[in-house]
Each structure stands twice: as C-alpha cells, then as structure tokens.
Design a protein around this ligand. Structure first.
Ligand code: SF4
Length: 434
C-alpha cells in the first residue's frame, strides 16, 4: 500500500531515529545540522541579545563565502557562534552545536510567540538559545585588539581557542589539505576588513588571559594551534614556535587551564620538548583521514613533508610521552567519501573507519572526529555531503569500539553524554553513555 506520509526533508531524520534507536535523537539532529548548516531569520538575530557572534576562530566553517553573505544575506554576518537546542516536541536535552551558515539550509531559527525556535519543513522542532557573550569580552587590550580576536571562547564557554598562527605553510592545491580553508579564510577575513591577526603576540595573549583569569570560572581548557610551519616562523622551527606559547601560559597561570596543542606529528625529541618545556597536557596530531590512498590525495602536504606511516609512528611515540589517553588525533569525518577519490558507499567508509578506531583504541589512544564542512574556498568545494546515515553509523561505530576497550572519557572536552556535552563540531561526546 502506498504510504500516506508526506516525504519531507525531516522525515529522513525521523527514519534514522527509528533505525538507530541506540543513538540519541539529539546526536542525530546535531550531526545533521553540522552537515547541512543552519540559517537565521532577521528577527531571530534582532530579538536575541547579549549573544556571542561567530569569531571565525580558525576556519570559516560556513557553506558560503563572506562575500556572498555580504551581498545576499548580510544579517547572517551577525550569527551566533553556537546554538543550544532544548525542549520542543521531543523534549530535547540541551544540545550545543557549532553554527555553519547556509542561507539555503532546511534548518532555520525564527521567532515564534516571542521565543527562538528551530524549524525544519515548517515544523517547530525545539527551542533555541544562543551562546551568551562572556563578560570578559568587553575588556580592552593595550594593543587595541579585541579579546574576541586574540582569545575567542567556544564550546559554550569551556574552551579558549588560540589560533596563534592563522595561516598554514602547506601552500596551494598540491600541499594544503583539500578540505581546509585556513589560508583562504585568512584572505577573505582581511578582505572583509576584519581584524584578523596572522601571528598572535604573546603580550596580547597573556593580557587577554589575565582578564579571563580574573573574570571567568567557566573556561577549563586552552587549545594552542595554527597551521603547519614547514620552514621557520619568526625565526623559529615549528615545535619551538608552538611550545613557546605553552611555556609562557603555564609559567604565568600554572594549571588554571588544561593546555592542548593542535600541531604537527613531531618526532620523539620534539614531543618531549613540547611536553616538558611547553607544558602541554594534551596533544592533537590530527590525522584527518585513515585510508592510505585517500590520505595521499586529501592531505598531500602531510604526505610529502612527513608521510602517513611516519605520522602514525609519531602518534604512537606521542603516547609514550603524553600517555595514550592524552593523545587525541582528529579525523575530518566525511572527507573519505569525497569525490573523485573517496569511498562510494557508507559500508566501505565504515570499514576503513573501523580499522582506524580499532588500531588506535586498542592501544589506548582515543581518536575523535569533527564533521566535514564543505567550505566554498577549500579545494574540496562543490562536493556532496555524505548522507546523514553515514554520520549516525559513524557515531555508533566510534561509541561501540570506545566501549569495547573500556576507555576513559577523553580529557579536555568537558562533561560527556547527551544533554551535557559541549564539544560543538561533532556529536562524539554526546554519545558517551554513563
Ligand atoms: S595542516 Fe592541513 S588542516 Fe592543518 S591548517 Fe594546514 S592545510 Fe589546514
């Protein structure tokens, strides 16, 4: 008998909540919004007040360029950094999501009866709150720079994100990771006339952190990161450049924050320096994509300057220096399904990810993943996102292997579990069970 149910965009989400009943609805919806982006009515941005706008803390994480926004949807330039979904017809537990602007997204935040709500297919799904602006954002720095530019905060106030070098020395199509728009985003931010600092000054950072130290108790971790440095920067080698920030922060603030480094895969002596001199607690040698052939195509710079096998060996070496639980390589989930080199089916992609998760987790290293955002200025533009089912299957795969090895909750991400997770660019923390 023909179904009388009207096929809508949102019906695929509902269908997956039935087929993957062990994955929280919140996590499924979060992955979909990260996958296809979100938009906001003019009213919703007018009515809300005291929220923190997008600081463009490293990449653009938008599905359109700033120029397109300027010309067609100017109001979206004031969109919030993150939204929290809650309540609604399914009584959603609080769910925090990074905002990726897409003026054609099926998901829209509007005002309904005086409240901010999330709509999909004309259906009111839940209420919405915007990431509140932290009190210390109004403090002035002596240099005249804004705290939001020097030390932006994300993950609902949990993580201070220091992109100390806003460029990457993997230059152009033959070197840049194909999904990454760090260099192009830098150019578009400058072109749009925004304050956007290529190399951040120690003085500015320490002064910004002083304000945060005095005024805030919510932030618990700091990430120091930036692009790769294949030569030298400010007369320093890559490890030296990044460890100096850690050392200054630790010297001044001791253990006020967990200190995380999102940098290259270093060799053993460099790793020891990063830990001992830089004072870093957690190391993120981001691996991006597991399959050997796809890795070469998607990360040509990493392949050429270090190589996949050595990258893996260095991750294993890092677990001796930092302890396996404090080494957290990131995968950009979805790029392994990009065309023309990626997998064609979800099964193939899962089998590759299974191999990756098994490889690391069996050794006590917990990889995490972020959700691929198809940025129009990255080399992998005009791609089709993997279906939502890919992300839901990946959440289940990650959680099952994580549970199989009875691993500890990854440090530096705040509380785990649905309704508590603050990590906003994928739902891996949302699916951890008590
Ligand atoms: S190493 Fe790759 S992902 Fe990281 S900033 Fe450079 S191009 Fe982007």
């Amino acid at each position: 008998m023909m179904s009388l149910m009207k096929e809508t965009y949102y019906s695929q989400v509902e269908d997956l909540t039935v087929r993957y009943a062990d994955i929280p609805y919140e996590a499924i919806l979060k992955q979909d919004i990260l996958r296809v982006g979100i938009r906001f009515s003019k009213d919703s941005l007018r009515v809300a007040s005291g929220y923190k706008p997008k600081d463009y803390f490293i990449f653009s994480f938008d599905l359109v360029t700033m120029e397109e926004l300027e010309q067609q949807d100017r109001h979206l330039l004031n969109a919030p950094e993150e939204v929290m979904l809650f309540g609604g017809e399914k009584d959603l537990k609080p769910t925090i999501i990074n905002v990726r602007l897409n003026p054609s997204s099926p998901y829209q935040v509007i005002v309904n009866e005086g409240k901010l709500v999330l709509m999909a297919d004309d259906r009111n799904l839940c209420e919405v709150r915007f990431h509140p602006i932290p009190s210390y954002y109004s403090s002035a720095l002596k240099s005249g720079k804004k705290i939001s530019e020097i030390a932006p905060v994300i993950e609902w106030g949990y993580l201070i994100y220091l992109t100390v070098y806003r460029l990457c020395q993997y230059w152009g199509k033959d070197e840049e990771c194909q999904f990454c728009d760090i260099n192009e985003n830098y150019r578009q931010q400058k072109k749009a006339g925004r304050e956007y600092t290529g190399v951040k000054d120690f003085g500015d950072i320490l002064e910004a952190l002083e304000h945060i130290y005095d005024m805030d108790s919510q932030s618990k971790a700091i990430t120091v990161t930036g692009g790769s440095i294949t030569g030298q920067l400010s007369g320093q080698k890559e490890v030296e450049f990044y460890l100096n920030y850690g050392r200054e922060i630790k010297k001044r603030f001791k253990n006020r924050w967990l200190l995380k480094a999102g940098v290259e895969a270093f060799d053993l002596p460099e790793l020891k320096e990063l830990k001992e001199k830089g004072g870093y607690d957690i190391y993120h040698p981001n691996f991006e994509v597991w399959d050997p052939e796809i890795f070469k195509k998607i990360c040509p710079g990493k392949e050429r300057f270090i190589g996949r096998d050595l990258w893996i060996n260095r991750i294993l070496g890092a677990s001796e220096v930092f302890g396996p639980e404090s080494v957290i390589p990131n995968f950009v989930a979805g790029v392994e399904m990009s065309s023309p080199f990626g997998f064609k089916t979800i099964d193939e992609a899962m089998s590759s990810n299974r191999e990756a998760f098994e490889f690391f987790m069996s050794k006590g290293i917990v990889p995490r993943f972020t959700t691929w955002c198809i940025e129009p200025l990255a080399h992998l533009k005009n791609q089709k996102q993997p279906r939502l089912e890919y992300y839901v299957a990946l959440l289940r795969l990650w959680r099952d292997i994580f549970e199989k090895y009875q691993l500890p909750v990854p440090p530096g991400y705040g509380a785990p579990g649905v309704g508590k997770a603050v990590f906003s660019v994928s739902a891996f923390m949302d699916v951890i069970r008590e």
